[in-house]
Ligand binder design. Sequence first.
Ligand SMILES: C[S@@+](CC[C@H](N)C(=O)[O-])C[C@H]1O[C@@H](n2cnc3c(N)ncnc32)[C@H](O)[C@@H]1O
Length: 219
Amino acid sequence: MVRKNRLPKFPDDYLADKAIEYDSSKWMERNQKKSTLHCIQYLFGDRLNDQKDNGNETGDSLLILDLGCGTGFSSDILIQNGFRVIGIDILNDMLLKAREKKKASKEYDSLELILADINNLPIKSNKIDHIISISSYNFILYGIDNSGEKFKLLNDTAKYLNKILKKKGRIVIEFYPKDDRELKMFNKSFINNNFEGYMVKSNPNQKSGQTYLLLKKKM
Ligand SMILES: C[S@@+](CC[C@H](N)C(=O)[O-])C[C@H]1O[C@@H](n2cnc3c(N)ncnc32)[C@H](O)[C@@H]1O
């Protein structure tokens, strides 16, 4: 059962029957979709778009990369809002559900699904308009204990994300860092790799908990 009072654990809570439970949870669907709508607002909102730089224009031809797309709740909201979407996830069990949805409706023709690791993306340079990631980015450190290795991986990934984004590309990440130290590490990986931006905490008194990183490529 996907319970409301704790965060799912990767990968156990997303495998086989758990992937089916995840996809049938109305609570999960509501939350993933709500966070995705916030991400879209942040992508095109005032904080990242100052008067000098309006970013890539909003419109139905923009290509959004959905990192850790799971069973496709976040991708669905992006499609409903007129974007083309590449959804990537590391677990086939989760992607199976997303693929069923794509097969069932022509609405999803503009959705491409790829089995891949966020840390090793099969995407060409300068291809993506914007990137979002909902409740997935914290998992990219899974299985790594050494902080030097963690930092290297975060750094390499942020560098690659910069490379695949077009000139005015933005990234909005909704995630759950474990603590303040981990949050700083994630932040630093982007600042070191030519991004600038903001952080928004759903509960400013919490050190961990739901956090949005709003990032744009430096010009
Ligand atoms: C909360 S779920 C998916 C949320 C998704 N936004 C949705 O709408 O269903 C988190 C997802 O992150 C994926 N994930 C974890 N680590 C990953 C990695 N290194 N690369 C790609 N996906 C990853 C998991 O397989 C899982 O499907």
